[in-house]
Design a protein around this ligand. Structure first.
Ligand code: SF4
Ligand code: ZN
Length: 320
């Protein structure tokens, strides 16, 4: 038997190991517990952890939105939620933002449409040009700002607008355990305790955000998508440049190989820190933006600031 090293807390099995719960062929080894899992038991284990997260949100709203980029994490999340539909009575709806990134987004949007049609899930798409008048590619012409900064600010608003339009009050994102572990370490390195609370559910005007994969490793998420026959190799965003996160990811993956369970403990530490500090850290209160009225931090929200910068750029290039 040979094991293929993964980036996270598991190993994809090669050869004929047997599932620890049945006589099926194992596809996954949890190195921390030494448990082998077949396809069915791996899926059930992931579903159980996702359900456990979601039932903490009771009462569940009528509509349950998924921020659906079409990437492997949100694809796997949608597949898990469809598998759990008997246990989660809310109506599922996939919400996609098309930022307008040439040579990249067309393919992921195609995949997103295909997944929704195969899983029979309602799907809505909102585009940057529809909402802001320009694609991300347009925003980036002559811009000195990082694409991911602009993209993050505008995409967050686009999702909120779409959630509002669709009457979605609970929005799940595909962040997995590895993402949490990386974020914990990055926050520790930056020593900015307020970052621990960034994106922790208070920032959306309409929809509460949850992360059902918080206790599921990236390897398990990827395997879930593969085993559900929904995984395809998609191109990487041409603007992807988070070098710091990449470095932290490599560091943690190496550490996980040596010390199985570290990733999970680190992700758990993030939640622990957040719950212990709740109410003790003074966060900037949300204000309504003086331009668009949307809630955010500061008198003028980040979206209006980006749009104003763009307008100034246009004016200076036309000599106005
Ligand atoms: Fe947006 Fe950056 Fe992600 Fe590309 S990598 S989709 S620019 S956040
Ligand atoms: Zn605004």
């Amino acid at each position: 038997m040979r094991v293929i090293p993964s980036g996270s807390s598991g190993y994809l099995m090669e050869g004929k190991p047997v599932c620890s719960h049945c006589s099926g062929r194992a596809v996954y080894l949890d190195r921390e517990s030494g448990t082998h899992l077949c396809s069915q038991h791996l899926k059930e284990s992931v579903q159980a952890r996702v359900l456990n997260r979601i039932i903490q949100e009771k009462p569940l709203p009528d509509k349950f939105g998924v921020a659906f980029s079409g990437g492997k994490d949100s694809t796997a999340l949608l597949a898990v939620l469809v598998a759990l539909k008997e246990k989660i009575p809310s109506r599922l709806i996939a919400l996609t933002v098309d930022e307008g990134i040439g040579g990249y987004r067309e393919e992921t949007i195609r995949h997103a449409r295909d997944v929704c049609s195969r899983l029979n899930v309602e799907h809505r798409i909102i585009t940057f040009p529809d909402l802001f008048g320009l694609s991300l590619d347009d925003f980036m012409k002559n811009s000195s700002r990082k694409a991911c900064t602009i993209c993050g600010i505008l995409r967050r608003r686009a999702l909120e607008v779409l959630a509002d339009q669709e009457g979605v009050h609970l929005l799940a994102t595909g962040h997995n355990q590895d993402d949490h572990a990386q974020t914990t370490l990055m926050n520790a390195f930056s020593a900015d305790i307020k970052k621990v609370f960034a994106g922790s559910g208070r920032t959306s005007q309409f929809a509460r955000r949850i992360k059902p994969f918080a206790a599921v490793s990236e390897r398990e998420v990827t395997l879930y998508a593969i085993l559900s026959d929904l995984f395809i190799d998609l191109p990487e965003c041409p603007y992807a440049s988070d070098a710091f996160r990449g470095e932290v990811r490599r560091l943690l993956n190496r550490f996980e190989q040596e010390h199985p369970g570290s990733m999970r403990n680190l992700a758990h530490a993030e939640e622990e820190i957040r719950s212990r500090l709740k109410g003790k850290v003074q966060l900037q209160p949300l204000e309504n933006c003086k331009v668009c009225g949307w809630s955010g931090s500061g008198e003028i929200c980040q979206v209006c600031t980006v749009l104003k910068e763009q307008k100034n750029k246009n004016n200076s290039s036309t000599g106005q």
